[in-house]
Ligand binder design. Sequence first.
Ligand SMILES: [Zn+2]
Length: 218
Amino acid sequence: MTELQLRKQIIGIALRMNALGVNRGKSGNVSARWKSGFLVTPSGLAYKKTNPVDIVFVDAKAKPVGKREPSSEWRFHYDIYRTRPECLAVVHTHSSFATSLSCLRMEVPAFHYMIAVAGGHNIRCAPYATFGTQELSDNALAALKGRKACLLANHGAIALGADLDAALALAVEVESLCEQYWRALQIGKPVILPDEEMAVVIDKFRTYGKPASGKQRT
Ligand SMILES: [Zn+2]
């Protein structure tokens, strides 16, 4: 993939993020690893008005290169790429249900087996810190330990992926899970799946959709 293609893809994902209803306006942001740094949506520009040239490259030393400023929340993108080599794309949203739960400082427990798509038996909620700060980035990184998604208190959610489509799909799934959890809480106390069962599911997800390795399937 060329840099221009990746810049176009980032804009496409940002537009889809809003079209799918997991984000509104300019509040979220999208990035993809590129060379020794990453490409990220710019600060304060509507996605519909964003052209490939507006996407900002942030290099390995956190220096932005481009005609615009990177998203004000570039810092946690930078730290994620620095510490999570398997992550090639990041989607950050202010989706309604994820954000609502984050305002209650609630993590999402294993009320549904699909919680395992985020990599573990829960989706954590990072403690609050002002947007764009190193403190927020540090909190997000801790909440993402062993996970591909987290909530940010009084703010929104982050989803990581091996590519942009995967990161967006996870952001959509996280929002859907947050909505289901929120709805279940309206009428009772959701039953939480035990850690042993979630370990089985997490293990299944590791091999799900991958070609058979020749190992006997049961
Ligand atoms: Zn945000």
